[in-house]
Design a protein around this ligand. Structure first.
Ligand SMILES: [Zn+2]
Length: 249
């Protein structure tokens, strides 16, 4: 198997990222193939070209003023005067994930797994994202498992990865896939991701179904092929938590 492969990738940004990834992690072509399709449909980390074409603060504030007028309110009244600036700053925070690279988070700090040979499960990683259809919040919990082969990663790194992908415009299915696929950078025997989330576009508008949550999962490697390990993972998830976990009940 060749370490290097010619990448049929349009986006120069990704070519660069994956070249680095192959270099740093010793990633294999097989893993690349597994991981690439989903990552390539991801809005990429911002390239320097798109960064220079970003609207400036003034344009953003003008857009928010337009939205304020759209509500029927007066953007010049005292309570709203500073709102456009605040909204611009809030958006910076909500969508900071476009400027971060999740592969680098997992790709730099590996430790030896030693003789540990079992799954590692991190449960209840709270995340906040925004749906790409309405730009309203998706709030939920991520649960991540991987079965290390040679490498383990600091657990906080997994939470960082969740945040990086969550802080972009998303649909829950893609967010789930991205987290699971990026975990293959650890070259594990398997990776599994379950997300349970409330979509405010569904609970506070539209069909108005408060309390409804959506569960998505992606199982790779041993979690996909080995029914027993899959069951063990799901049992670990549901053993001590209730469906109200995302509301902290
Ligand atoms: Zn939506």
């Amino acid at each position: 198997m060749t370490r290097r492969m010619s990448l049929d990738v349009q986006d120069a940004c990704y070519q660069e990222v994956f070249a680095e990834w192959l270099e740093e992690t010793g990633g294999t072509a097989a893993l690349w193939k597994r991981t690439a399709p989903v990552l390539l449909t991801t809005p990429p980390p911002m390239s320097s070209a798109s960064r220079t074409s970003l609207p400036d603060q003034q344009e953003v504030e003008a857009a928010v003023r337009t939205l304020l007028r759209w509500t029927g309110d007066d953007p010049d009244r005292e309570g709203l005067r500073d709102t456009p600036g605040r909204v611009a700053r809030a958006y910076r925070e909500f969508f900071a994930g476009y400027q971060e690279n999740a592969l680098q988070v997992l790709g730099t700090t590996f430790d030896e797994a030693g003789d540990y040979d079992d799954m590692v499960v991190v449960r209840n990683i709270r995340f906040e994202s925004h749906c790409e259809h309405h730009m309203v919040p998706i709030v939920g919990m991520a649960h991540i498992a991987y079965w290390p082969d040679k490498r383990v990663v600091g657990l906080s790194k997994l939470a960082r990865v969740v945040d990086i992908f969550a802080r972009r415009l998303q649909i829950q299915e893609r967010l789930t896939s991205q987290i699971a696929d990026i975990a293959t950078a650890l070259q594990p025997r398997g990776a599994a991701v379950v997300l349970e989330a409330e979509h405010l576009c569904m609970t506070s508008r539209g069909v108005y179904k408060p309390g409804s949550t959506t569960v998505t999962q992606r199982l790779l490697g041993v979690f996909e092929t080995d029914a027993l390990k899959r069951q063990e993972f799901l049992a670990t998830l549901y053993s001590t938590r209730t469906t109200g976990a995302i509301h902290g009940r």
